[in-house]
Design a protein around this ligand. Structure first.
Ligand code: NAD
Length: 540
């Protein structure tokens, strides 16, 4: 990381635009399953939004899912899950704790010793394929709930998240009866086998930005290799994960194979991370939280820990890059898709100074096409930030750009205040330098930082100048430059002349603070949920 000190050009920080302060999601836990008290500040109830009416027409599971059935939290406590686009409450969700985690782990252990890990591969595959088909037949319902609870555009949840979720489950299901164990070369008097066995009970602690897809990235390989699991969805987005568990049981996957424990990180994530009967813990979320799981494991049973964490990804454009219009399109998609709440968004546009003045206007033109709006409107391209605290974090980063002397050339404000939701305009800062906060911290919002360079090596050096290493894009018309850059940039996925994450067959994960020990997707993901066993038979 560059140690360059922040500079200011005498600019005043913009006035914070956050007008009304919506109730924070995390503060609403209460000891009752009744509807919560109305917000204290409201004299009369606000008219119900279209989203709220739609939510009422949907099946919204709200209890934990343990041993194949919904159950309230042991304490009876619940918390409110809110619609980020309106600030309205959607439902009260079970606020679980350590006792619920114990129950879920016990159910997963029983199911592990039951039929699942010993089921014939062909039968396990059949049940997983049926699970994928059931998800498919509920795709519209799931996409709608994901949009209402996550603030994500319906075009994305319907056409991307759900489609990929189904593909992932199918991919791993199809692999169940196609991956062989090994016989190793040995003396004629010995049979030497190397086999893979399921690791056991896997805890999964998940983020809010792609609730279904991140669950599927874990579930696919976990189920395919014969494990059972306890999922902890992010507290902001519990409902679709609960629905997934219901559909798994409906597909015939035995009770207790998939359990879901809802609630907050310290109440549910930590007991799961510290549980002595959990064999592996797969985490996707921030680097800060990911580190905790290494402590939890070290201080409990040395469970295997797999971390998929944050990113500060570079989008490097060399001087010889072709088709600036297409590059601008990729740059905008990369930073604005999912409102920038995407671990692999390329938030640093690192561009050769010889073409920067040609590329930047095109990027701004494409940026203006990213309409911020109601996530249920099919024309919306950027939905809401997940919660008020996250909105504040994004605005605070924007403010740091002003203070440190970068030039805000587009956006920079909260928007759609009248909706009651938490929206930010597409925002571009030019003249960012590598040491600025804008260039170092994962903002997780629609904020693009533009950094110039003069030599290809300098572009690569800046690309590597953060502690993260998740994904990167390189644009050049020279194969040699492409290859050198692809090998020199430290990141788990490098895209050349595109912005992409590969597909279900390619592993996804990061270097440095972006990850630890794990890869999601692809057959490589199977390795992390299995133990290698050597069987050495003396034939006498
Ligand atoms: P987060 O770290 O705040 O929360 C993730 C999960 O950890 C949630 O379920 C949360 O309840 C739980 N948690 C929080 N505090 C905890 C604690 N003290 N102990 C145990 N569990 C705790 O992350 P987030 O804000 O939900 O997600 C955004 C982050 O996820 C970003 O940094 C993003 O880059 C990352 N992400 C990474 C990938 C990847 O594949 N590398 C994919 C998606 C998101």
């Amino acid at each position: 990381m560059s140690a360059k000190k922040a500079t200011t050009k005498g600019k005043t920080a913009p006035k914070k635009t956050s007008a009304k302060k919506p109730a924070a999601k995390k503060s609403t836990t209460k000891a009752s399953s009744k509807r919560p008290a109305a917000r204290a500040t409201k004299a009369a109830p606000a008219p119900e939004s279209a989203a709220a009416k739609l939510a009422r027409s949907l099946h919204l599971p709200t209890e934990a899912f343990i041993g194949g059935r919904p159950v309230p939290s042991a304490s009876g406590k619940t918390f409110a899950t809110l619609n980020p686009a309106t600030g309205e409450e959607i439902a009260q969700i079970a606020a679980c704790g350590a006792e619920d985690v114990d129950r879920a782990v016990a159910a997963a252990r029983t199911a592990f010793h039951g039929p699942w890990s010993r089921m014939s591969p062909a039968e396990r595959k059949r049940l997983m394929l049926r699970f994928a088909t059931l998800i498919e037949s509920h795709a519209t319902e799931l996409a709608t709930v994901e949009t209402i609870e996550g603030g994500k555009p319906i075009e994305d949840t319907g056409n991307i998240d759900l489609v990929e979720t189904i593909d992932v489950i199918r991919f791993h299901a199809e692999a169940v009866d196609k991956v062989n164990d090994q016989l190793t070369p040995s003396d004629p008097g010995v049979v030497s086998m190397v086999v893979r066995e399921p690791i056991g009970v896997v805890g999964c602690v998940l983020p809010w930005n792609f609730p279904l897809l991140m669950a599927a990235w874990k579930l696919g390989p976990i189920l395919a290799t014969g494990n059972t699991c306890v999922l902890k969805p992010a507290e902001q987005t519990s409902i679709t994960t609960l629905r997934l568990a219901e559909l798994a049981v409906e597909a015939g996957i035995p009770d207790g194979v998939i359990n879901v424990v809802t609630g907050f990180g310290p109440d549910v994530g930590e007991p799961l991370g510290r549980h002595p009967d959990v064999d592996a813990l797969a985490f996707t979320g921030s680097t800060e939280t990911g580190r905790r799981f290494l402590h939890y494991s070290a201080e409990s049973n040395l469970k295997r820990v797999l971390l998929e964490c944050g990113g500060k990804n570079p989008f490097v454009v060399m001087h010889d890059a072709d088709d600036l219009d297409a590059i601008a399109e990729h740059a905008a998609t990369s930073i604005y898709w999912n409102g920038g709440q995407n671990c692999s968004s390329n938030s640093r546009l690192i561009v050769h100074n010889a073409i920067k003045d040609d590329l930047l206007p095109l990027v701004l033109e494409k940026s203006r096409e990213w309409v911020v709006g109601d996530p249920l409107d099919p024309n919306t391209k950027i939905g809401a930030m997940i919660e008020p605290a996250h909105l504040d974090k994004v605005l605070d980063n924007i403010n740091s750009g002003h203070v440190e002397g970068a030039d805000c050339v587009l956006g920079g404000h909260q928007t759609r205040l009248e909706s009651g939701g938490w929206f930010v305009e597409p925002t571009v800062f030019d003249n960012v330098t590598p040491g600025m906060r804008l260039a170092q911290e994962e903002i997780f919002g629609p904020v693009l930082s533009v950094i110039g360079f003069d030599q290809p090596e300098e572009g690569i050096r800046i690309a590597n100048d953060t502690p993260y290493g998740l994904a990167a894009s390189v644009f050049t018309s020279d194969l040699r430059t492409a290859h050198i850059a692809a090998r020199a940039i430290r990141a788990g996925t490098i895209s050349v002349n595109t912005y992409a994450e590969g597909d279900v067959a390619t592993p996804f994960g990061g270097f440095g603070l972006s990850g630890f020990a794990g890869r999601d997707k692809s057959l490589h993901a199977h390795d992390q949920y299995t133990e290698l066993k050597t069987i050495w038979i003396d034939l006498g």
